[in-house]
Design a protein around this ligand. Structure first.
Ligand code: AHM
Ligand code: MG
Length: 340
C-alpha cells in the first residue's frame, strides 16, 4: 500500500487547521486572525452556494426581479455584499470595512470593534454571472494599530497588507490565500463543506506563454502597452507567439496566470487614464498574491504595492504575472520615460 498517498487522502489539511498551524508560530497571537478568516471563509461558502444555485433559481423563479410573493429578490452581488459585511462585523475583529459595493467605508463600533481593516470585492466579475462564467471574491486585510480608526487606516499602501486572498467560484470553488508567507490554494470539498489544502506553496512560473488583456481597448493604449502586446503576437527574438486568454473576470484571469504563468494586464488608455481596476480591493490583493508567489506587479510607473491610495475606490493600471514577463513591460515603460 502507498502510505504516503493514503496519508494524503486521510490527513486532511483544512484551511482552519492550516491557519491555526500558522498562528502557533506566533506565540503572542490570541487567535483573532483565525476568527476573522473563519468568517471570511463562511462568506465564501455562502456565496459559492448562492452562485451554484443562481442558474437554477432563475429557472424556477426564485431569483430575478420579483418572486411569487411579489418581494424583490436581491441580486447576487448585493446579497454577497450583505453576507460579507455581516460576517465581518459579527466576527468582532474588524474596525473598518471597504467594499466595492458600498460608496462609503463602514466603521464598526464597540463592542464588536476589533483591530483589522478588511477591503473586499464581494463578487467581482458580476457581468459574468448570468452566463455561468467564473466569478470571485477578492479580499485584503490590514492591521490597525490605533483603536480610533480613521479612513487613513484603510488608505495604506498594499505592501502593508497582512494577508490577501481570493475565492473563485468556477468549475470548483477555490480559495487562494497568502498571510505573507507564500501562497496556498484550498479547494472546497462540497461533501465536507470544508476547504482542503490542494495547492500548497504555489509558485508562479518565471515566464509564461499566455497574455491576458481586453484587446478591444487597443485603439486607446499608450506606446509601451501597444508595443508589449505586439511583441506577444510577433516576437522579435524568433520565439513562439504567446496565446491570448481573457475571461473578463479578474479572479479567473489572475488564477490562471498564477498557475500557468504569463501576464495579466489592465492598462491605462486614453479613455481611462487610471485603467479600470480598483486599487484597494482588486489591484492590491492580487499584487500581494502574485509577489508572494514569486511574480511581479507593476502599475506602469511603480511597484503596485507601493501605491498609496488617496480614495477608497481609486483605480490604477496594473500589469501582473510571471517575473520575467512583467520585467519586459517595465523595461518598455522605462525606455519610454527616458525618451521624454
Ligand atoms: P466589476 O468589479 O464591475 O465586476 O469589474 C471588474 C472586472 C474584472 O473582474 C475584470 O478583470 C474586468 O472587470 C474586465 O473588464 P473589461 O470588461 O473592461 O475587460
Ligand atoms: Mg470588481
Amino acid at each position: 500500500m502507498d502510505h504516503a498517498a493514503d496519508a494524503h487522502r486521510t490527513d486532511l489539511m483544512t484551511i482552519t487547521r492550516f491557519v491555526l498551524n500558522e498562528q502557533s508560530k506566533h506565540p503572542d497571537s490570541k487567535g483573532d486572525f483565525s476568527i476573522l478568516l473563519n468568517n471570511i471563509v463562511l462568506g465564501c461558502k455562502f456565496v459559492c452556494s448562492a452562485v451554484n444555485k443562481a442558474g437554477l433559481a432563475k429557472l424556477i423563479g426564485l431569483a430575478g426581479d420579483t418572486n411569487v410573493q411579489g418581494e424583490e429578490q436581491k441580486k447576487l452581488d448585493v446579497l454577497s455584499n450583505e453576507v460579507f459585511v455581516k460576517a465581518l462585523i459579527s466576527s468582532g475583529r474588524t474596525c473598518i470595512l471597504v467594499s466595492e459595493e458600498d460608496e462609503e467605508a463602514t466603521f464598526v463600533s464597540p463592542p464588536l470593534r476589533g483591530k483589522y481593516c478588511v477591503v473586499f470585492d464581494p463578487l467581482d466579475g458580476s457581468s459574468n454571472i448570468d452566463c455561468g462564467v467564473s466569478i470571485g471574491t477578492i479580499f485584503g486585510i490590514y492591521l490597525v494599530n490605533d483603536l480610533e480608526a480613521t479612513i487613513d487606516d484603510a488608505l495604506q499602501p498594499g505592501k502593508n497588507m497582512l494577508a490577501a486572498g481570493y475565492c473563485m467560484y468556477g468549475s470548483s470553488c477555490m480559495l487562494v490565500l497568502s498571510t505573507g508567507n507564500g501562497v496556498n490554494g484550498f479547494t472546497l470539498d462540497p461533501s465536507l463543506g470544508e476547504f482542503i489544502l490542494t495547492h500548497p506553496d504555489i509558485k508562479i512560473p518565471k515566464t509564461g506563454k499566455i497574455y491576458s488583456v481586453n484587446e478591444g481597448n487597443a485603439k486607446n493604449w499608450d506606446g509601451p502597452t501597444a508595443k508589449y502586446i505586439e511583441n506577444c503576437k510577433f516576437p522579435k527574438d524568433g520565439s513562439s507567439p504567446k496565446s491570448l486568454r481573457y475571461v473578463g473576470s479578474m479572479v479567473a484571469d489572475v488564477h490562471r496566470t498564477l498557475l500557468y504563468g504569463g501576464i495579466f494586464l489592465y492598462p491605462a488608455d486614453r479613455k481611462s487614464p487610471n485603467g479600470k481596476l480598483r486599487v484597494l480591493y482588486e489591484v492590491f490583493p492580487m499584487s500581494f498574491l502574485i509577489e508572494q508567489a514569486g511574480g511581479q506587479a507593476f502599475t506602469g510607473k511603480i511597484r503596485a504595492l507601493d501605491l498609496v491610495p488617496k480614495k477608497i475606490h481609486e483605480r490604477s493600471p496594473i500589469f501582473l504575472g510571471s517575473y520575467e514577463d512583467v520585467e519586459e513591460i517595465k523595461e518598455l515603460y522605462a525606455a519610454a520615460q527616458n525618451q521624454n
